[in-house]
Design a protein around this ligand. Structure first.
Ligand SMILES: [Fe+2]
Ligand SMILES: [Fe+2]
Length: 157
């Protein structure tokens, strides 16, 4: 799959100051699915979200879409490490990610909704309430499935 130049420009612009932080560097050391790090996973979700937005002509707020997609798994631990935070990870990590992201960045209401609702319908009461949150919720599931099945194969480029 391939990004167009416009998508790539938007991603670079909106992730400045977000994907180049110390926390983002730590995400490169955490395993997400297969051999994919959490950092690579959130970048896949950013790109998939942009592709879906363009393919479905949704005209999302790109800044919130890109930042929310990058921060959706900003929980900052390795969920495979059972001794730490991994209990009920699936249910709890969206709110952990939201708490961490709020401490570090000023978030828009759309970005907050993207992060807290991305595991819906698992997290029943945290519904996607804007199109950007629906796109990321869907993109996350597509990427998780791809990363689990294909393990080492890069999704983009
Ligand atoms: Fe997640
Ligand atoms: Fe995710």
């Amino acid at each position: 799959m391939k990004m167009n130049a416009n998508d790539e420009r938007g991603i670079l612009q909106y992730l400045r100051g977000v994907s180049d932080t110390e926390e983002a560097a730590r995400m490169k050391g955490f395993v997400q699915h297969g051999h994919i790090s959490t950092y690579q996973h959130v970048m896949n979700v950013v790109e998939m979200s942009c592709l879906l937005d363009r393919a479905l002509h949704l005209h999302s707020d790109r800044k919130s879409l890109v930042r929310g997609a990058f921060l959706h798994d900003f929980y900052l631990y390795d969920w495979h490490d059972r001794s730490v935070h991994a209990r009920l990870h699936g249910f709890r990590h969206p709110l952990t990610a939201l708490t961490n992201a709020r401490k570090r960045f000023v978030l828009s209401p759309k970005e907050e909704n993207i992060i807290e609702s991305h595991m819906w319908p698992l997290t029943l009461t945290h519904l996607p309430r804007c199109r950007e949150a629906v796109v990321v919720c869907l993109a996350d599931k597509i990427c998780a499935l791809y990363e689990t099945v294909h393990r080492d194969k890069a999704m983009f480029r």
